[in-house]
Ligand binder design. Structure first.
Ligand SMILES: Nc1ncnc2c1ncn2[C@@H]1O[C@H](COP(=O)(O)OP(=O)(O)OP(=O)(O)O)[C@@H](O)[C@H]1O
Length: 646
């Protein structure tokens, strides 16, 4: 039996703008200033004459909240106010937790790093010894040192390779886990979260920010550890050679570290501001590029370029400040680095002249001095890069810290809370004194004291002016939001007690926007359907929604990948209808589901819903059937926007 005509018990809520007057059955449905609405239920028949033109939903993505807090000149980020600043230790601990299953690679990397650093730090000593053994004419020692140098070169080369490879591997794992965890957290967020978080910002966190964080293991951390080891080795050797000379080098290194502390903090803030600004710029670009037709038709290309430029200019301002800071840091570093070399030669030369050190010791000293300052430079450079990565990670961790929506709360985030699953759903829906306002606009009541009863097998059309709250009723029924006050019952059970996934699997929903996923048509039709679906079943659903013909004419038929421009809005809507009916739902919700269809297609859908109802009402008395037909007729007329003009 075709899915569309198979269901026995169902309620249809069909939504269409219409009569702007209050009916007795929903006298308290909407606040007076929002306009009135009418619940069409069985006997109500004259909705048609009172229908008036509809206004489509306008979605404005506000970026003000994201952008205003990001000040490129003081380098203060909006996210600073959202909690205590993330410390390096805390960020590293979080990353360590994320790669819990792949720590072996990191351990191998650490061992390789240590062996490579030790073998490298021995090289100046052996190098000096081999040169001076040659000077003394000690051939045996010279060749011995030579062999040792070759072995050390091999060891350091092999271990360095293993170190870099293993850290890079750990890095790939880290990015994968980061994105996976962040994506899972975002997917399970409350719908109201997406009302306030711009999608462009979130994709930027998933893309650019996670990638920036990946530098932590692959570059920053491994270079930091390597240079700490090499610097410490150089320091020990210097102390053995001459502690007064070492102290002078240490003094310069301390000045370098102090300058870095200031610079590093600045870098961290700059990274955060850059990430925020990039997220806003991405959001604008995404907004504009996805609405290209509107932009072209309204000739607002230049306005859009200006809007985008405004943000990339701010981003560039931050970049300029960062460059100035980096230049100042480089200048200080180079001056101090050269000063160390001069000091080493001057102080070392004086010590040599006074006979405190030998020429061999002085050579070793100069080599280790060079080594130490080089290690300090690489260390602070990597630390500054680490600061940037930590800055970028702050918002990512904030998002990852968001708790999962209550509905889904369980031990493991992928499992759902166990609620009631009824053996049979009759489809009795009741709104009892329901009031509602959206969490992001708590001062604006959308629904007030709504009372509505939909009996099993009934078709109910809710009509009312645009923005009066029809879709909001559906949002509550689908449990996308919770009522601020009152209760919603399905089969006399409060909806919050029902298993949310089970409930949704019983509902077929066709929304206003014909949105399809970027996957093949077959998968789009069977999307979210838990029962076993055959190709035949999919085709049957498509036939009933009037979609089979145009799908078959596509080059790859049901395998064709949906992309922008492949299908018209009406065709997309028919696929969405096929998706809803394929589920064989107990409750079917059509929220302006045929708005993009032509008159003929709409008529076909009308006929099929008619057939669907006939099967549903099988076995009822003729009186009920008559009442039902007349009610259905009115509903279908209100569904058919073309018939309004007749
Ligand atoms: N996600 C949201 N966040 C905040 N307010 C919202 C949201 N969705 C809708 N609203 C507001 O709630 C009110 C009711 O919107 P709703 O979409 O339910 O109206 P509607 O009757 O379905 O309108 P239409 O017929 O134009 O689709 C509107 O004022 C709208 O601005």
């Amino acid at each position: 039996m075709p899915p569309l005509v198979r269901s026995i018990r169902f309620s249809t809520l069909a939504f269409q703008l219409g009569a702007p007057r209050r009916s007795s059955s929903c006298s308290s449905l909407f606040p007076a200033k929002r306009g009135s609405c009418r619940t069409w239920n069985g006997g109500a028949r004259n909705a048609r004459g009172n229908c008036f033109g509809r206004l489509r939903k306008l979605c404005i993505v506000s970026i003000g909240s994201v952008s205003s807090g990001s000040d490129p000149f003081t380098l203060r980020s909006s996210s600073e106010t959202e909690g205590p600043a993330l410390t390096v230790v805390h960020a590293l601990r979080r990353m360590w937790e994320l790669i819990a299953d792949d720590r072996m690679v990191v351990y191998i990397a650490f061992v390789s790093l240590t062996v490579a650093a030790i073998s490298e730090i021995l090289i100046p000593t052996i190098l000096t010894a081999s040169v001076f053994s040659a000077q003394r004419g000690n051939t045996v020692a010279f060749y011995g040192y030579g062999r040792l140098l070759i072995i050390l070169c091999f060891i350091s080369g092999i271990c360095s390779g293993m170190r870099s490879g293993c850290f890079a591997l750990a890095n790939v794992t880290l990015v994968k886990h980061l994105r996976e965890r962040l994506y899972s957290t975002l997917i399970f967020q409350d719908i109201s979260f997406f009302d306030i978080e711009p999608v462009g910002g979130l994709t930027s966190r998933l893309g650019a920010d996670c990638q920036r964080m990946s530098q932590v293991l692959a570059n920053d951390l491994h270079l930091i550890l390597r240079n700490i080891l090499q610097g410490t080795g150089a320091l020990v050797n210097l102390l053995i050679l001459s502690w007064p000379l070492t102290l002078s080098t240490l003094l310069i290194c301390s000045i370098l570290a102090a300058i870095f502390l200031v610079y590093g903090r600045y870098q961290k803030n700059a990274a955060k501001v850059s990430q925020d600004l990039t997220a806003v710029a991405n959001q604008i670009a995404e907004d504009t590029l996805s609405q290209m037709r509107t932009v072209r038709v309204y000739g607002s290309e230049k306005v859009e370029i200006k809007r985008y430029r405004q943000w990339i200019e701010r981003l560039a301002s931050v970049g300029i400040l960062e460059s100035v800071a980096y230049g100042s840091w480089s200048m200080s570093f180079t001056m101090l680095y050269r000063l160390t070399q001069v000091l080493a030669v001057m102080l070392g030369g004086i010590s040599l002249l006074t006979g405190h050190v030998s020429s061999e010791q002085l050579t070793k000293y100069v080599l280790y001095c060079e080594w130490m300052i080089y290690a300090t430079w690489r260390l602070v450079d990597s630390l500054s890069s680490l600061m940037q990565s930590i800055g970028a990670s702050e918002r990512v961790f904030q998002l990852m810290n968001l708790s999962t929506r209550d509905q889904y709360l369980t031990k493991e985030y992928m499992q759902l809370h166990e609620g009631i699953k009824l053996p049979n759903l009759t489809g009795c829906i009741e709104f009892k004194d329901v009031s509602f306002c959206y969490p992001c606009r708590t001062m604006v009541p959308v629904l007030q004291d709504v009372n509505l009863l939909v009996q099993p097998g009934n078709v109910v059309a809710i009509v009312g002016p645009s923005g009066c709250g029809k879709s909001s009723l559906i949002n509550l029924l689908l449990r996308l939001y919770e009522p601020s006050h009152g209760l919603l019952y399905i089969d006399n059970i409060p909806v919050e007690k029902l298993d949310v996934r089970w409930l949704r699997s019983k509902i077929g929903y066709v929304g206003q926007g014909p949105y399809l996923f970027h996957m093949d048509i077959k998968s789009n039709i069977s999307y979210g359907c838990s029962r076993n679906i055959t190709q035949k079943g999919i085709q049957q659903a498509a036939k009933e929604a009037g979609a089979h013909e145009f799908i078959s004419s596509l080059p790859n038929g049901y395998e064709a990948i949906v992309h922008e421009g492949l299908l018209s809005d009406g065709q997309k809507q028919r696929i969405a209808i096929a998706r809803a009916t394929l589920r064989d739902p107990d409750i079917l919700i059509l929220d302006e589901a045929t708005s993009a269809l032509d008159m003929e297609s709409e008529h076909q859908i009308k006929v099929r819903i008619h057939e669907y109802l006939l099967i549903s009402l099988n076995g009822r008395t003729s009186k009920q059937m008559d009442l039902y037909y007349s009610a259905l007729e009115n509903l279908l007329q209100s569904l058919c926007r073309h018939s309004f003009k007749d």
